[in-house]
Design a protein around this ligand. Structure first.
Ligand code: COA
Length: 259
């Protein structure tokens, strides 16, 4: 059904694989549109509890926006490119109420690094490389990179990476807080899946609030603590929170229903 991505659903986990390995999975218009559609399905299909985003082939997660589509763009075209990508894909990933994790299997450059950063967190294969090389093209990140890189690695490191355009290794990305784990390439999907299996065994409504409140904290919101109080209270009206406490007191595993 899709031309540039592969999708698969197994045990409630959707795997979305960007599939242009001959172009190092660069994000062209078609990939953005198809990723947008796949994310709409993650949002709306109740059999999907979580998603993994990864790249096809051994070399790249995503080596950036497709540079061949940059020629001939003027200011308005550039703005539209960034806005459309942010609306259709990047912000949709970040604001998803279901967890979406990046499994970074190689180059994550430019829009690829931004795609990984829009995910709720990231695992990297040992051969992964990260960078925001837009300055080499006289550009800057346009899919949220200036904001999310700063949130993840802090202002100084973000400035350095975006001003130099340099690539960093998976080990450096781990040290900077850009990724949560570095694993051998062969173990990347297994490790990502096992973390998601753990997460989706928890109450979905609680996970939804964790995502929303952590996103609020990351952008800095004076009302963040108050919003946490409101969400904490709301959870006490859910069947899952009642089940969680009851199961604990009855010394059994909870059975969460997502309500
Ligand atoms: N957009 C369009 N095509 C891209 C691309 C991108 N961002 N990144 C790689 N490709 C294409 C190459 O043009 C090449 O296509 P071709 O075989 O038809 O010539 C193919 O993918 C393989 O890439 P190649 O450069 O030959 O691989 P490499 O191993 O020598 O280098 C990189 C790998 C990632 C260092 C290099 O491809 C690169 O610098 N890519 C651009 C990264 C970038 O600037 N991204 C930010 C864009 S805003």
């Amino acid at each position: 059904m899709y031309q540039t991505i592969l999708t698969q659903i197994e045990n409630g986990i959707a795997t979305i694989t960007i599939n242009r390995p001959d172009k190092l999975n660069a994000l062209n218009k078609k990939v953005i549109e198809e990723l947008g559609a796949a994310l709409d399905e993650v949002y709306s299909n109740s059999s999907i509890k979580a998603a993994i985003i990864t790249g096809s082939g051994p070399k790249a997660f995503v080596a950036g926006a497709d540079i061949s589509e940059f020629t001939g763009l003027n200011g308005d075209g550039g703005k539209m490119l960034a806005q459309k990508g942010q609306d259709l894909v990047f912000n949709k990933i970040e604001n998803s109420h279901k967890p979406i994790i990046a499994a970074v299997n190689g180059f994550a450059l430019g829009g690829g690094c931004e795609l990984a950063m829009a995910c709720h967190f990231r695992l990297a294969a040992e051969n992964a490389r990260f960078g925001q090389p837009e300055v080499n093209l006289g550009l800057i990140p346009g899919y949220g990179g200036t904001q999310r890189l700063t949130q993840l690695v802090g202002k100084g490191k973000a400035m350095e990476l975006m001003m130099t355009g340099a690539m960093i290794s998976a080990a450096e990305a781990l040290q900077s807080g850009l990724v949560n784990y570095v694993v051998p390439a062969a173990d990347l999907i297994t490790k990502t899946t096992s973390l998601l299996e753990l997460i989706i065994s928890k109450a979905p409504v609680a996970i939804k609030h964790v995502i929303a409140l952590t996103n609020i904290a990351a952008v800095g919101d004076a009302d963040g603590l108050q919003k946490e109080v409101a969400a904490f209270g709301e959870l006490f009206d859910t069947a899952d929170a009642k089940e969680g406490a009851t199961a604990f007191l009855e010394k059994r595993q909870p059975v969460f229903k997502g309500i």
